[in-house]
Design a protein around this ligand. Structure first.
Ligand SMILES: Cc1cc2nc3c(=O)[nH]c(=O)nc-3n(C[C@H](O)[C@H](O)[C@H](O)COP(=O)(O)O)c2cc1C
Length: 358
């Protein structure tokens, strides 16, 4: 079966976006069981633990699912850069009555070890963001029976993934919540809206395209399929699902968010990501270009974000969310997927009626 066949065979062509820190096993299972395709966000999972999680998901659903890794570069920053970053963060930690933590031994999981664990776990699908695999790495996953999806913010990135043998492209538009995938050009040159990106990627590569970014309900699903996407990947729309693992402060911020509330920021992690604007985003804007690149800044702010969450302070948390997140609603993830599909079908029927008029 080709990856295109797999997507076409899904009862509901909705993929739940992997969301590190916001979703885990339960949502992956719920969405795959409902007829969509759930994705495990495995960026923070240690290599030695990955196999057991994948086995647990496989045991709970006979349906296809995916596992996602973020391709963090191995970081060995100069001590002076880390000290400067820690000094910049000191006043923020002080607000929470905390000292800036000592530099960690390691800034993220070791990607090559995670990839090897993923290959051994052999999930039906694996997706990647932040960089690109080599052809040999893609072939190793294929040999294990795993389809490979590369995330792209630009046509050039989609073409690059096609050249290393990926089976599909997740076209992640500028609207998307959380971290953006860009790896060939800077954020400005990589800021393409979902509608423009899906259409131009489809024109450039002969691979199934999964549309992501700003899709919050069945109308968005229908729109993406009308553009030619084989499926959609929705993230922020699931943040208020029962299976989401975000705390009450993030939940409340989502519920109370004003219109047009999201911004791209580099301040929390050293890589541009979209979230609700808060005081940290605003006040760090002037210096965000100088913070160390991902994953260093991400690790250095981790304890601050966790402490702010514990203290119920949304101003110092990374409240990742995509544009139009105001349309997201609470519910059980499986029911949400079914409802969006019913809405998409109704939208398509209304369009048939509308376009039939002469
Ligand atoms: C809270 C959050 C965490 C995310 N974490 C990941 C991740 O671990 N891996 C990844 O490839 N994408 C991640 N993303 C991006 C999503 O995969 C997807 O591209 C995005 O959610 C689509 O836009 P939407 O939020 O507007 O639906 C995350 C997004 C959010 C909102």
């Amino acid at each position: 079966m080709s990856f295109r066949d797999l997507l076409n065979s899904l009862p509901i062509p909705i993929l739940q976006a992997p969301m590190a820190g916001a979703t885990f096993e339960a949502m992956t299972v719920a969405v795959s069981q409902a007829g969509g395709l759930g994705n495990l966000a495995a960026a923070g999972v240690a290599p030695e633990e990955l196999g057991a999680v994948v086995d647990a998901i496989r045991a709970q659903t006979g349906a296809p699912f995916g596992v996602n890794l973020l391709m963090a570069p191995a970081a060995s920053p100069e001590p002076a850069e880390v000290d400067a970053a820690r000094a910049r963060l000191a006043p923020w930690y002080a607000e929470l009555r905390l000292d800036v933590p000592d530099p960690p031994n390691r800034f993220s999981q070791v990607f090559d070890d995670q990839l090897e664990a993923l290959r051994r776990a052999a999930p039906p699908l694996a997706s990647f963001s932040f960089s690109i695999l080599t052809r040999a790495q893609v072939e190793a996953l294929h040999a294990a029976g795993t389809f490979v999806v590369g995330t792209a913010n630009t046509v050039a990135e989609a073409v690059a993934w096609a050249e290393v043998g990926a089976d599909g492209i997740c076209a992640q538009g500028f609207e998307a919540g959380g971290h953006h995938a860009y790896f060939l050009a800077d954020i400005e040159a990589s800021s393409v809206g979902t509608m423009a990106l899906v259409a131009t990627v489809l024109a450039a590569v002969d691979l199934p395209v999964i549309a992501a970014g700003g899709i919050m309900d069945g109308r968005g699903v229908a729109a993406a399929l009308a553009l030619g996407a084989s499926a959609v990947q929705m993230g922020s729309a699931f943040l208020q699902a029962d299976e989401a693992i975000i705390g009450p402060t993030w939940q409340a911020a989502l519920r109370d968010a004003p219109d047009d509330a999201t911004r791209l920021t580099r301040a929390f992690s050293g890589r541009y990501a979209r979230g609700l604007e808060n005081r940290f985003v605003r006040e760090m804007r002037a210096v965000q270009d100088f913070v160390p690149a991902y994953p260093v800044q991400n690790r250095l702010t981790q304890a601050m974000r966790a402490a702010a969450d514990k203290a119920g302070d949304p101003e110092l948390m990374s409240l990742w969310a995509g544009q139009a997140v105001k349309l997201a609603k609470p519910g059980a993830a499986g029911e949400m997927v079914k409802q969006w599909w019913a809405e998409a079908q109704a939208t398509a029927q209304a369009l048939v009626a509308r376009t039939a008029k002469t």
